[in-house]
Design a protein around this ligand. Structure first.
Ligand code: ZN
Length: 120
C-alpha cells in the first residue's frame, strides 16, 4: 500500500493522471512528471505568492523589516532576498490588504441586511 506516498503526489491537470516523482527543482521543491503528456509540475503548496518562490518566513521577515522603516536595500541585505522580489512582495501585500478591506466591507454590509430581515 502506498497511501502515504500518494498524499504528496500531483495530479496532471490535463490527463487527470497521477504524476511520478521527477527529482527536485533548484529551489528545493519536489518535481513531478505526468506519465501521459510528460508535463512537469513542481509541488505547489509552498508557493506563497502566486508567481513568487520565496519562503513564507522570509516574506514575513522582509515585510516586517520594511514596516519597521528599513530601506529596501537593507532588507535585501538582511533577508538575502533580491530587491526586485522585495518590491513585488510589497506590491502584492498592498493588493491583498486592499482586497481584504473590500471583503470586510462587503461582509459588514451583508451583516446589516441580515439584521434588518431579522427585525422585519
Ligand atoms: Zn498529463
Amino acid at each position: 500500500m502506498s497511501d502515504t506516498q500518494t498524499a504528496t503526489a500531483m495530479i496532471c491537470k490535463t490527463c487527470k493522471m497521477d504524476c511520478q516523482r521527477f527529482g527536485k527543482h533548484r529551489n528545493g521543491l519536489r518535481r513531478f512528471r505526468c506519465p501521459g503528456c510528460r508535463k512537469t509540475y513542481t509541488e505547489a503548496h509552498k508557493r506563497v505568492l502566486d508567481t513568487m518562490y520565496i519562503a513564507p518566513e522570509k516574506a514575513v521577515l522582509a515585510l516586517r523589516l520594511l514596516l519597521e522603516g528599513n530601506s529596501i536595500r537593507s532588507t535585501e541585505r538582511i533577508t538575502g532576498t533580491d530587491r526586485n522580489t522585495i518590491m513585488s512582495l510589497l506590491l502584492k501585500a498592498g493588493e491583498r490588504c486592499q482586497k481584504l478591506m473590500d471583503e470586510k466591507i462587503v461582509s459588514l454590509g451583508v451583516k446589516d441586511v441580515e439584521a434588518d430581515e431579522l427585525w422585519g
